[in-house]
Design a protein around this ligand. Structure first.
Ligand code: NAP
Length: 257
């Protein structure tokens, strides 16, 4: 049986950890050739080894998405290795501890979050979309967040603003490049049990219980919950899904009380 991504070449950022790692392994298992990018070369090599152990093909590339030269080289390396690019999966993102309300967040923290979470997506699209056009079309998947859709009394304003910007950018890309057979969609995950979240939230029982109480499905999400949606968006199954901001959050954003 052939995989759902057979013949596709997919660039995934932030592939050294969490959802990017899970996506790399799953996409490779579904027949994709993955260009797995991360800041941390050892981590992304480990991801590639996992993808290969699962019978897939992937290339490990060190790239800081906020640096244009790194992104340009990553795209080039991917095209050289796999001959084309069909999917840009903008997954890399940061949520630093110093990100609070606008009134008490340092300028350096704000700039860093926007540089990775928004400029990083701009750069991957700037260098990657011409390759998708050359391939005759494709799919751009931008990982936003449920926090772009709801206010939060425990603010992370730089992160929230960055994810809101991604939803807006996704819609602009959808309209610009839809006629050229490139669809662009955003995923808005709720809290997912990955290193990003576990580093603080899941270690503090009171904070964990407060958030769990808001989730109608009664559990935090798992990387697979998000990767299943990304797989649909990367595959031809989503050929008429364009410009959407798709929520995977166990019902949080539908919950009043
Ligand atoms: P994660 O476990 O922290 O993984 C993110 C990966 O991105 C890490 O390997 C990280 O490398 C890498 N990265 C950080 N800065 C980078 C840069 N400048 N260039 C390239 N790679 C970089 O996070 P995750 O939870 O899987 O999150 C993935 C995406 O989902 C993010 O965009 C996040 O904002 C979003 N999201 C997460 C949640 C959640 O609850 N986990 C909810 C909604 C949305 P290092 O480890 O070396 O920094």
């Amino acid at each position: 049986m052939s995989g759902r991504l057979e013949g596709k070449s997919c660039l995934i950022t932030g592939a050294g950890s969490g959802m990017g790692r899970a996506a790399t392994v799953r996409f490779a298992r579904e027949g994709a050739r993955v260009v797995a990018c991360d800041l941390d070369l050892d981590a992304v090599r480990e991801t590639v080894a996992m993808a290969e152990a699962a019978g897939g093909r992937a290339l490990a590339v060190r790239a800081d998405v906020s640096k244009e030269s790194d992104v340009r080289e990553a795209v080039k390396a991917g095209v050289k290795a796999h001959g084309r690019l069909d999917v840009l999966y903008n997954n890399a993102g940061i949520m630093p501890a110093g990100d609070h309300s606008v009134v008490d967040t340092d300028e350096a923290v704000w700039d860093k979050v926007l540089a990775v979470n928004v400029k990083g997506v701009y750069l991957v699209c700037k260098h990657g979309i011409p390759e998708l056009l050359a391939a005759g079309g494709g799919s751009v998947i931008n990982v936003a967040s449920f926090v772009a859709l709801l206010g939060c009394t425990v603010p992370q304003d730089a992160y929230t603003a960055s994810k809101g910007a991604l939803i807006a950018l996704t819609k602009s890309l959808a309209v610009q490049f839809g006629p050229k057979r490139i669809r662009s969609n955003a995923i808005c995950p709720g809290p997912i049990e990955t290193p990003l979240l576990s580093a603080w939230l899941l270690k503090e029982p009171a904070e964990k219980a407060k958030r769990l109480n808001r989730i109608p499905m009664g559990r935090f999400g798992k990387s697979e919950d998000v990767v299943n949606l990304a797989l649909y968006l990367a595959s031809d199954e989503s050929s008429w899904t364009n410009g959407a901001a798709l929520v995977v959050d166990g019902g949080i954003t539908s919950n009043y009380f």
